[in-house]
Design a protein around this ligand. Structure first.
Ligand code: AMP
Length: 251
């Protein structure tokens, strides 16, 4: 039986009281791994690059569903390293276009992400054919993808190391993006981190995960995610899958 462990941490006040978001993480682990997982999350929240959190919420619950899906990890394409933001964003835009995302939606996505006043907590859903925001989703919060982890943490970590990837951002993002990509109504994703020191963002489609450096300015603590969805998508089903369906990522 698996347990979900979720952490979210803020500074100054709890998230609900307007505290500044510092860190969030989640795992699906065995009962015997609960102690070490909770300790690691507490440590992470207290030593984060965005600053030490002083309002930390760690929630543990047993998964009641027995419908855990096992999904393959996206294939990771080696990092590209543009020196300028404009080149990096142009590269990401070309990839998104090649994945079938319209120019309208690509422009809308970059415009939303670059005009954020603060980081969102979740992802924005945009229609891939016209770039309109899906109105059912709260624009300030976005959709939080949840209930996912590596099927086997050690194997997953070794698989990443073989590809010269050994940072927590990519570790978690590839799990998240692999779950997202398995949603039939999501065509592609664009992301950059809210960690000021981490400028490697990515675009992903159904099969591949493209790491792109310089997608945002170093020092910026504003990050975001956009999921591009198909025209006929059933929004409630997508949100339910992203938030609720337990998924383990295999490599
Ligand atoms: P991160 O990669 O954790 O630095 O997050 C970058 C941005 O992605 C955040 O600012 C949020 O907008 C979004 N995000 C973070 N975690 C999630 C999640 N679990 N589900 C959806 N969006 C997320």
């Amino acid at each position: 039986m698996l347990y979900s462990v979720k952490m979210r941490a803020a500074q100054g006040a709890a998230h609900e009281q307007g505290g500044r978001h510092i860190s969030g993480a989640e795992r699906l682990v065995l009962e015997k791994e609960l102690g070490e997982t909770v300790t690691a999350m507490l440590k992470r929240a207290r030593s984060h690059e965005r600053g030490p959190a002083d309002f930390i919420n760690i929630k543990v619950h047993k998964l009641t569903a027995n419908n855990i899906a096992v999904i393959p990890a996206l294939q990771v394409v080696p990092l590209v390293n543009p020196t300028e933001i404009n080149i990096a964003r142009g590269y990401a835009a070309n990839l998104l276009a090649s994945f079938g995302v319209s120019q309208l939606a690509i422009n809308a996505a970059f415009s939303h992400l670059t005009n954020l006043a603060t980081s969102m907590r979740g992802a924005l859903l945009l229609y891939a054919h016209n770039g309109l925001i899906v109105p059912e989703i709260d624009q300030h919060r976005g959709v939080r993808v949840s209930n996912m982890d590596a099927q086997n943490s050690q194997t997953y970590t070794s698989w990443l190391r073989e590809q010269a990837i050994d940072n927590i951002h990519a570790h978690e993002a590839i799990i998240l993006a692999s779950k997202v990509a398995a949603c039939p109504q999501i065509l592609a994703e664009l992301c950059w981190s809210d960690d000021p020191n981490y400028t490697i963002g990515y675009v992903a489609n159904k099969k591949t995960y493209h790491r792109i450096n310089s997608l945002k300015e170093a020092g910026s603590d504003i990050g975001g995610r956009i999921f591009f969805i198909t025209e006929q998508a059933a929004i409630a089903a997508i949100v339910d899958y992203l938030q609720e369906q337990p998924v383990l990522i295999g490599v």
